[in-house]
Design a protein around this ligand. Structure first.
Ligand SMILES: [Zn+2]
Length: 324
């Protein structure tokens, strides 16, 4: 049996909106699952909804707390950020919930006035700081294809044991690629703030933008369940991988107008000098060759056949300073 709890009520002219969570199981370990931090990430929300509908009697050990619509106002409209001016008074204020957790963290107990989005962030932090680990569900929304990846934020101030635990969770998620990015403290994401409170967080970034939704959904469920099995919250064996760790994403743009002919695939490892694409004119003559200046892999790739100057062709996932 699950229970539903209200974390906070917001009274608006359109009625009352409730930030709620569903709780399954009992005892430890305690796991927080969150989606809808961005209201337009439907695949991530669908995964959380599916968990809510199917977790009854499956939790083997511990407790799972699920907030599927974190930014309730953004989710209400299916938009990334809190809609303005419907729910947030000033356009200039922080409306992206995933930029509000730093302010929320600094105002955990203060009486300072926070905006609606920051109040949501604070309520989530107050609840999620108690958990043993957190799964932060996102998905790509722009056109094109992206490799499924687990992400973790490593910055100064995060205890070493928390970082080690996040890496273990990433290796036991089943994704082939893990982005381990350096300080994002200023970004104010949930994934950069909770680890400072010793709560290991991994973020999932699964495609969902290019019409592969059924397969993406199944893969996504697999990654989430893998981590829950690794933590023995669910029964069963998980898949362990030695993923490729990367710490930066380098966009590669076209400089011409024309038809795109690609020479790389999603997830393919590349090296400096490798041809990524040709741009052809209407007669089939090459007007531009795009080649890699980096070693890394194809992290995302466009689904467009035609490009203009400044179209993004691929992103290269690569290792910069700091990590190997
Ligand atoms: Zn997101």
């Amino acid at each position: 049996m699950s229970t539903e709890k209200t974390l906070k009520k917001f009274k608006t002219v359109e009625g009352t909106f409730e930030l709620t969570k569903h709780v399954f199981g009992q005892g430890s370990p305690t796991c927080g699952v969150i989606s809808g931090v961005h209201g337009d990430e439907f695949l991530a929300r669908k995964v959380a909804e599916h968990l809510k509908e199917n977790l009854d009697n499956r939790v083997f050990n511990g407790t799972v707390h699920i907030v599927s619509d974190a930014n309730i106002f953004a989710c209400d409209e299916g938009r990334r950020m809190t809609p303005w001016p419907r729910f947030e008074k000033n356009e200039g204020e922080m409306r992206d919930l995933n930029r509000c957790f730093k302010t929320a963290f600094e105002n955990m107990k203060s009486k300072n006035k926070l905006n609606t989005t920051q109040l949501i962030a604070r309520e989530i932090l107050r609840d999620f700081k108690k958990f043993d680990f957190v799964l932060d569900l996102h998905n790509a929304t722009s056109g094109g294809f992206k490799v499924d990846q687990t992400r973790l934020k490593v910055s100064n101030g995060i205890p070493q044991e928390t970082i080690i635990e996040m890496e273990k969770m990433a290796k036991n998620s089943g994704t082939d690629f893990v982005m381990r990015s350096a300080p994002s403290w200023l970004g104010g994401t949930l994934s950069s703030i909770l680890p400072l409170l010793k709560v290991p967080v991994i973020t999932f970034e699964v495609s969902g933008g290019s019409g592969r939704d059924k397969k993406d959904f199944e893969n996504y469920m697999g990654y989430v369940e893998n981590v829950l099995k690794f933590k023995e919250v669910l029964d069963g064996e998980n898949v362990f991988k030695e993923p490729y760790f990367f710490d930066q994403i380098i966009p590669v743009y076209s400089d011409s107008y024309g038809h795109l002919k690609l020479f790389v695939e999603l997830g393919e490892f590349i090296y400096p000098g490798k041809t990524i694409a040709l741009i052809l004119d209407d007669e089939g003559n090459a007007v531009e060759e795009i080649y890699s200046e980096h070693e890394g892999f194809i992290e995302s790739i466009t689904d467009s056949k035609e490009v203009i100057e400044g179209s993004r062709i691929v992103n290269i996932g690569s290792n910069g300073e700091g990590f190997k």
